[in-house]
Design a protein around this ligand. Structure first.
Ligand SMILES: [Zn+2]
Length: 613
């Protein structure tokens, strides 16, 4: 039954915020009633920051003083969430609003002061012998809550240098961002997007957005080929510059690893989260063994598209045309239904999200693009969407809801210090919610076309979020190893490495294309955040492994309770330990193989649906 004030924006129009009924906008009053309350909280935080300075020099006195300092930090942290998000969320709902922007910046300035006022804490704690701190933890139950926080701080400390060493590192720190700043300048500020006439006669300027849209929509292969070649020409023309910049990234990482006493750049990248390097090595090895289903999918695409040659620019085209619309009011109920396997309590929380103003649904003039879930400690998570009734928008909603439930369960179960979670586990609940939602949608699909579209969506997400990211991780690891082994890094070596990877992952289903060798230069992650993307893949593998147990009636109950305890655990332990408790062991090839197994099933189903169309 549709509610009386149902609202669906006209496609292609941008409503003013005031025109959208309040049941489609978020309710921020649980954070602060109004700006007056916000101001009181802001002043309270300001005062707490000042007061915290006076604790300097007290930690070594004993457990009571250390506990008091930790609690003072928690109180500041909890206030920070409210003060920040009340301003930041309102800014995001209309970024043209200067008043909100000014308040948001005011909070940023306060945060910088908070950081300075607390800068003494870690060095002072680390100066106390670990054995002394451990004795305090054993003797004081309330302090023992902070055991993991303290142990992990000392763990990080293992690679901190003495004072002159750290001083030198801080000087070198100023060069750290040069490679990726230069990369950003070259690919945005200084980038000249080519304007070309396609063989089909259309005139296009190939900005990132236009280029992507063209590959997804244009059914003429010669148009796609022309766009692909023109778009990548500037990367090819500047390949020696890109290689030199990437060499800068690699040399910097190797400098940091060696200066801090790590055996390899990978060891250095994984130490903070205490992740064994075998996780990444196993991920890559097991994925390489599991490229069969990926190639099976591309063979199916090649056949279905009916093309004589098949190249990277043929990857994004939908196999079936089907433009179903998914009204928000209808979809909300489906999302609630889809999480039924996770139990009544989880389902009740999801229902709350829809009923209690957690979601800002539609695009409006000035609103921030994209989607996110904001973990507002002390209130509840808030989701920003730009819901446009497409299949992508529906899955984005399922995805963000997964993040929000993770936040909800973690905030309800953990003390403040562990309420947040790391990226290494963060994408598990979001992708798991998507997987559950897909199962429901496939069950309810009304036609073969719709089923085919859903299957392609799921397959593309495995291909893009898993296989592509592992290929990237493979490239990064090989490139870093070149530097670790004193091998030269040139455009030729990097191009050769990338061409080899494309062959190894896609086999002979992909026809070679000379310019594809240089497409590594297009991946900002390589330049901005080395050894980062593999985490998308490990999350995906964890989800696939969990879904195997959730789908099987014999293991479901146990799997559900283990999974929910992972969500409730927040950031209270190292990610590998948390996942292990949920039954996921990422050092085992079997976990990674779960993805290939799932992909194979989906591709087989898609083959059947397409054959019957
Ligand atoms: Zn996410």
């Amino acid at each position: 039954m549709a509610p009386v004030d149902t609202f669906r924006p006209e496609p292609g129009t941008l409503p003013a915020r005031e025109a959208i009924p309040s049941r489609y906008t978020w309710d921020l009053t649980p954070i602060c009633r109004d700006w007056d309350e916000w101001k009181r909280q802001y002043d309270q935080l300001d005062a707490a920051i000042e007061a915290f300075k006076s604790r300097q020099g007290t930690l070594s006195r004993g457990a009571a003083d250390l506990l008091a300092a930790f609690r003072a930090m928690d109180a500041m942290g909890a206030l920070s969430y409210r003060v920040w998000y009340f301003a930041a969320l309102q800014y995001d709902q209309d970024q043209r609003n200067n008043e909100f922007n000014a308040r948001r910046q005011q909070v940023q300035i306060l945060f910088a002061r908070e950081q300075q006022a607390g800068a003494w804490f870690n060095p002072e704690l680390l100066a106390i012998p670990l054995d002394t701190v451990r004795a305090w933890l054993d003797a004081n139950e309330e302090l023992a809550v902070y055991r993991f926080a303290i142990e992990s701080l000392f763990h990080e400390q293992e690679h901190v240098l003495d004072e002159p060493g750290e001083r030198l590192m801080s000087f070198a720190g100023r060069f750290n961002s040069v490679p990726h700043d230069s990369y950003a300048a070259l690919t945005t500020a200084d980038m000249k997007f080519p304007s070309i006439t396609l063989p089909g006669g259309e005139q296009v300027t190939l900005s990132y957005g236009q280029y992507r849209a063209l590959l997804e929509r244009n059914r003429r292969q010669d148009d796609r080929a022309a766009a692909y070649r023109a778009f990548h020409k500037s990367y090819a023309d500047n390949q020696n510059t890109y290689a030199a910049l990437y060499n800068g990234v690699l040399q910097r990482d190797w400098f940091h690893a060696r200066a801090r006493g790590y055996a390899t750049t990978l060891d250095a990248a994984l130490h903070g989260n205490n992740i064994p390097t075998s996780v990444v090595e196993n991920l890559i090895a097991a994925t390489r063994e599991g490229v069969g289903p990926l190639q099976r999918y591309h063979r199916l695409r090649r056949r279905t598209l009916g093309v004589e040659t098949y190249r990277l620019f043929d990857f994004s085209l939908p196999l079936v045309e089907h433009d179903a619309r998914y009204p928000y009011d209808e979809v909300g109920g489906w999302i609630v239904d889809s999480v039924a396997p996770l139990g009544a309590d989880y389902q009740r929380q999801v229902r709350r999200a829809f009923q209690e103003g957690w979601i800002d649904v539609y695009e409006n003039a000035g609103k921030r693009s994209g989607a996110y879930s904001a973990p507002v400690y002390g209130a509840h998570p808030y989701m920003l969407l730009n819901y446009n009734e497409t299949l992508d928008a529906v899955f984005t909603l399922a995805h963000e809801m997964g993040h929000s439930m993770h936040t909800t369960l973690s905030h309800q179960s953990q003390p403040f210090v562990y309420a947040g979670y790391t990226i290494f586990v963060a994408e598990v609940p979001s992708t798991l919610n998507e997987a559950l939602f897909l199962d429901l949608m496939l069950e309810r699909a009304r036609s073969r076309e719709e089923r085919a579209v859903l299957l392609q969506h799921a397959i593309d997400s495995i291909a893009g979020t898993f296989y592509t990211q592992v290929l990237f991780a493979d490239f990064e690891l090989q490139a870093h190893r070149l530097v670790e082994q004193d091998e030269p890094v040139t455009a030729e070596t990097l191009n050769g490495m990338y061409a080899r990877l494309l062959r190894e992952y896609y086999g002979d289903v992909l026809d070679e294309e000379d310019i594809s060798r240089v497409t590594w230069a297009r991946i900002p992650h390589f330049f901005n955040s080395p050894y980062y993307v593999y985490q998308y893949a490990t999350c995906f593998a964890s989800t696939a492994r969990l879904m195997q147990d959730l789908r099987a009636p014999a293991t479901r109950d146990q799997a559900v309770s283990r999974y929910l305890s992972l969500l409730r655990a927040g950031g209270s332990d190292y990610p590998m330990n948390l996942l292990a408790r949920a039954g996921v062991d990422l050092s085992q090839p079997g976990t990674v193989r779960a993805v290939a197994a799932e992909l194979d099933i989906l591709v087989a189903r898609l083959e059947t649906e397409l054959a019957a169309l």
